[in-house]
Design a protein. Structure first.
Lengths: 122, 107
């Protein structure tokens, strides 16, 4: 059974960089039919897709965050990571990592981590 | 960006009831629509993909339908474990956007 687990600081100061890691177990991150994604949910709001990465390193970011976000992947460790720079209180959210599967032109997020709360506060 | 709007935002129902949750997109997305179930502190769970395909392991009381801009998630014969928040998500085009969620509560 594939499992994803987020890790990283739960508290980040304004203007600093938020850094999270997602460790994938029970399967390889190098699968050719999958992308790996970060999705967040601010308190009381809906889910927001941040971006995705393929095992070869190609990325796709949400334009609303693209200038501040970097997603990278380490296939040797079966991990991928998220960095969000210049954070503000608006970046306070539960951050989930997820696997994006696809068939033809259809995509869906079929495995998710339980999420980690990151609070931006001084 | 494609906006996804769910209705209702919250819903009270009883065990055994049939429930319908609606999702509307701001432009046509064919059948590029997925549904998720989310419980507090847990990982979201994929229920339906491509508007009407049931994810493996999901009970058959869950079903999805629709195309274009209007979609529904139907739960027949509600079970106690079904009380959760449900979200739709479009995969027609990046950025992939979600609805605001529908919270299903016990009456």
């Amino acid at each position: 059974q594939l499992q994803l687990q987020e890790s990283g600081p739960g508290l980040v100061k304004p203007s600093e960089t938020l850094s999270l890691m997602c460790t994938v177990s029970g399967g390889s991150i190098s699968g050719t039919t999958y992308y790996w994604a970060w999705i967040r949910q601010p308190p009381g709001k809906g889910l927001e897709w941040i971006g995705s990465i393929y095992y070869r390193g190609s990325t796709d970011y949400n334009p609303s965050l693209k200038s501040r976000v970097t997603i990278s992947i380490d296939t040797s460790k079966n991990q991928f990571s998220l960095k969000v720079s210049s954070v503000t209180a608006a970046d306070t959210a539960v951050y989930h990592c997820a696997r994006r599967a696809y068939s033809g032109s259809y995509y869906w997020f079929d495995y998710w981590g339980q999420g980690t709360l990151v609070t931006v506060s001084s | 960006d494609i906006q996804m709007t769910q209705s209702p935002s919250s819903l009270s129902a009883s065990v055994g009831d049939r429930v319908i949750i609606t999702c509307r997109s701001s432009q046509s997305i064919s059948t590029y629509l997925n549904w998720y179930q989310q419980k507090p502190g847990k990982a979201p769970n994929l229920l339906i993909y491509a508007a009407s395909s049931l994810q493996s392991g999901v009970p058959s009381r869950f079903s999805g339908s629709g195309s274009g801009t209007d979609f529904t998630l139907t739960i027949t014969s509600l079970q106690p474990e079904d009380f959760a928040t449900y979200s739709c998500q479009q995969s027609n085009s990046s950025p992939y956007t979600f609805g605001q969620g529908t919270k299903l509560e016990i009456k």
